[in-house]
Design a protein around this ligand. Structure first.
Ligand code: HEM
Length: 207
């Protein structure tokens, strides 16, 4: 909330809270939805890294979420590593403000009910300093991975855009190629399905 209010107020409009007072911001669907998604994201990431040790899964999730943000028009136009890197603005703020709560140095204002508190993400016999360092590394990595995967994805979409403008016939060729690829893939699927007829399970892509 402080981020959109004080640090980067230009984000208020993106989340539809430009006219909402701070107290009702979380009730606005776009903003509240994003807060919930961020919470889920952190929950999933910490559980994969610290609990199931699914490092590849965590890496895929952070890269995928970074890439998805290219669809956010505001970020596509304004995200900038030299002036305002919105991802690191968020993650730096988390490092500054959030770590004290998860490491137990500050009391949460609205603590979760006791039974929900039982999930232990990281072993307990670490020093305060070590816990802070792990969280700092976590948020720094998330910020850097977001920035990098976002940048690569934006570059990709920019280059396919400019191809269309510079070279319109390329557009038709791409369409034809795409259709061809889909057709080929379909026949691959058909063959695999035939091979799978004896009822072997296909693995679902987790993302
Ligand atoms: C480290 C910071 C951030 C995290 C962890 C984060 C996380 C997420 C997640 C998990 C989603 C859902 C993706 C999906 O569809 O699976 C999402 C969507 C989205 N994010 Fe972020 N985000 C961050 C920063 C930002 C920033 C700075 C903006 C500012 C414009 C932003 C704008 C959006 C929008 C507009 C969507 C789609 C709609 C929505 O779900 O509200 N995000 N974000």
């Amino acid at each position: 909330m402080d981020i959109v209010n004080d640090i980067a107020p230009e984000l208020k409009k993106v989340f539809g809270v430009d006219r909402a007072p701070k107290a009702t911001m979380l009730k606005m669907p776009k903003f509240g939805g994003h807060v919930a998604r961020m919470t889920d994201f952190i929950e999933q990431m910490t559980s994969m890294l610290g609990f199931t040790e699914n490092i590849v899964g965590a890496w895929q999730l952070v890269r995928k979420t970074g890439r998805l943000h290219v669809k956010v028009k505001f970020l596509e136009e304004n995200q900038n590593q030299l002036e305002k890197n919105y991802f690191t603005i968020v993650t730096d703020y988390f490092v500054e403000q959030f770590i004290a709560y998860v490491s137990g140095q500050k009391e949460e204002p609205n603590p979760a009910p006791k039974e929900e508190d039982k999930k232990v993400r990281f072993a307990q016999n670490y020093s305060q300093q070590q816990i802070n360092d792990v969280w700092r590394r976590f948020f720094t990595l998330v910020g850097n991975q977001f920035t990098e995967s976002f940048e690569i994805e934006r570059q990709k979409s920019l280059s396919s855009e400019s191809k269309k403008t510079l070279d319109p016939h390329q557009h038709f060729k791409e369409e034809a190629d795409k259709k061809k690829r889909i057709k080929e893939r379909q026949s691959e699927i058909d063959t695999t399905q035939n091979e799978n007829e004896r009822g072997e399970d296909m693995f679902e892509d987790p993302f």
